[in-house]
Design a protein around this ligand. Sequence first.
Ligand code: ATP
Ligand code: MG
Length: 410
Amino acid sequence: MKKASVISIGNELLSGRTVDTNCAHLSERLLSISIPVVSSYVVRDEVEAIVRSLDLAVGEADVVLITGGLGPTDDDVTRQALAAFLKVELQFQGELLEKIMVFFARRGRQMAIKNKVQAYIPAGSKALANNLGTAPGIMAKVGEKLLFALPGVPSEMERMFEESVIPELRKLDVERVIVIRKLRCFGTGESNIAELLGDFGRRGRNPLINFTAGHGVITLHIVATAANEAQARRMAEKDEKQLRGMLGEFVYGTGEQTLAEVVGDKLARKGKTIAVAESCTGGLVSKLLTDVPGASRYLTHGWITYSNGAKISELGVASGLIEKHGAVSEEVAQAMARRAREKAGADAAIAVTGIAGPTGGREQKPVGLVYVSVEWDGGSDSKRFSFSGDREAIRLRTALTALNMLRLKI
Ligand code: ATP
Ligand code: MG
């Protein structure tokens, strides 16, 4: 099996100013084309340090991807480092300079003298076109091994990887093919899912089932390895079917699907509409729903009724109800959902009220206490939750939980 190593270059990655998302992106993409990443290095903008990491990477991988340090300023030294590692000179390429000049001319800008250094690449290497920026990428060969240097800017790096690197990697004989299918789950904990899976979770199994979790969304990665793609696909599909059977309604989707997409899709298919009334989430449920293009097919209204007064004046929740039970109560959540649905004339409604913290909690009503209510034609359901984490985590968990409650009802 072919293996890869990723080198992320930049002082800002070591000082914590920038999170290394390039490595995560490349690792996922490389694995999806059956070239697992076996090591990654984060290195400062310094020739010797980069050369050292190249020595290590080339020693353990067939494909090495470098990102960052291709810019025009003096602190960008990836070109020099690559030339030093390859033991060749940097060579000026007139064609590259022309492309950089065209890039500036199209934007009506004058090219700075500094940008000329970007027209130099190590002798014997190949330039990779950058359609979003000025820095060309570089491809070099060391024996049978392939080295790629890509820009640090994530959007430029991703585009160049898809357009120039993937076609080169597809020419490699990967020997064993990996197919990954993702199953997205919500509504129970990671340990419960692991228990339901039983032997499927065994290490060393093929397909291997990996878990990732965040904000209540648990993702099962079914990683099937086989001699060819068709076989790996069959193995992954067979596992997916069995896992779905075992996990039932905890599974809400596959691949990169979000809860909002799945809920929206269900509403659209049934020709149903929805309204949202939010307190502690401050519009997050509506935000998640409207992240999906075409949400206007089903979302009619979203109210943020943060104060008691707004719950009364905008939705028509009875003031006596709030006085009696408090704004964070099942009764008020229920009334918010019912009134939102009526006022919007929608088929369904979601309402949330809770205490996101870090202040505002009391013994009776601690931080993380949340009530979610959903109403639809034919019924209503309200639930009390007690979430942990910081304000952001509680709010996101609340919004996702509300969407999940609706998913199970429609
Ligand atoms: P240029 O200088 O032309 O923009 P470059 O190839 O020199 O390109 P850098 O200067 O290293 O790239 O980085 C440009 C931007 O991309 C910076 O804002 C940096 O924070 C970001 N960046 C660099 N490397 C990474 C990375 N590994 N993950 C996420 N962002 C990164
Ligand atoms: Mg840099």
